[in-house]
Design a protein around this ligand. Structure first.
Ligand code: ATP
Length: 221
């Protein structure tokens, strides 16, 4: 197979606490626009200290599994939750790159809010040598608001308009992908359930049923 016919692999990391329709539409629309061969959902590991108790990795993984079960494009990748402690995206991408080979295009997918803070990520400059980045719109975040000068320069230099460029190289480009704006966040979902409001229609029904069955996000007694 020539490099031009290898389908790019999308990677969507997140806390997924819980996974919701914002994540699913992000993955679906980016996959369609960029003609990705698959999207790997990679739930993050549980950090040792956080400002709030986090849902155990096993539950976050189970919810992602339920959410993506009927989509042949979507794949669960448990490498971060199987490792103890926190994983850096740099390390995860290094592992994926070693498995996929040097010529396989990898595309790290993220919402605009995540991209604006990308300069705070561990070894962020080196991530460009491991993967492309697809940045999607997220309500409330304006991509022109990049404050870090170096990130702004990287964005200007690496940005491609022709998405085919992502299939011709293994890594290094940034594509901005317009998606349907869905102002859904896991924070707002947790707050709704905690306050006794319904979170229906913000996530697949199976995920909501799982949350109900495990009494997740309810007020502490
Ligand atoms: P929290 O509210 O707990 O911070 P979240 O809803 O932002 O969670 P994450 O798991 O942190 O979800 O997000 C994983 C990735 O999905 C990030 O790159 C984020 O930008 C993106 N994302 C999450 N929700 C949306 C959305 N509604 N639209 C576009 N991108 C989204």
């Amino acid at each position: 197979m020539s490099a031009a016919t290898i389908k790019a692999i999308g990677i969507l990391g997140g806390t997924f606490d819980p996974v919701h329709c914002g994540h699913l539409r992000l993955a679906q629309e980016v996959a369609e626009t960029l003609a990705l061969g698959e999207v790997r959902f990679i739930p993050g590991g549980t950090p040792p200290h956080r400002d709030r108790p986090q849902t155990p990795a096993a539950d976050r993984v189970a919810m992602v599994k339920l959410a993506i079960a009927d989509n042949p494009l979507f794949v669960l990748d448990e490498r971060e939750t199987k490792r103890a402690g926190l994983s850096y995206t740099f390390d995860t991408l290094s592992g994926l790159r070693a498995e996929a080979g040097a010529t396989q295009p990898l595309v790290l997918i993220m919402g605009a809010d995540a991209f604006l803070a990308f300069d705070k990520w561990h070894r962020w400059r080196e991530i460009f040598s491991l993967a492309h980045i697809a940045v999607a719109h997220r309500p409330g975040t304006d991509l022109s608001a990049i404050t870090d000068v170096e990130l702004a320069r990287a964005f200007a230099q690496r940005r491609v308009v022709d998405v085919q460029a992502l299939h011709r190289a293994a890594a290094g480009a940034i594509a901005v992908v317009p998606i349907t704006a869905l102002d859904i966040s896991a924070t707002a979902i947790r707050a709704a359930i905690h306050d006794g409001r319904s979170a229906r229609y913000l996530m697949p029904p199976d995920v909501l049923a799982y949350i109900d069955s495990k009494y997740l996000f309810l007020k502490e007694k």
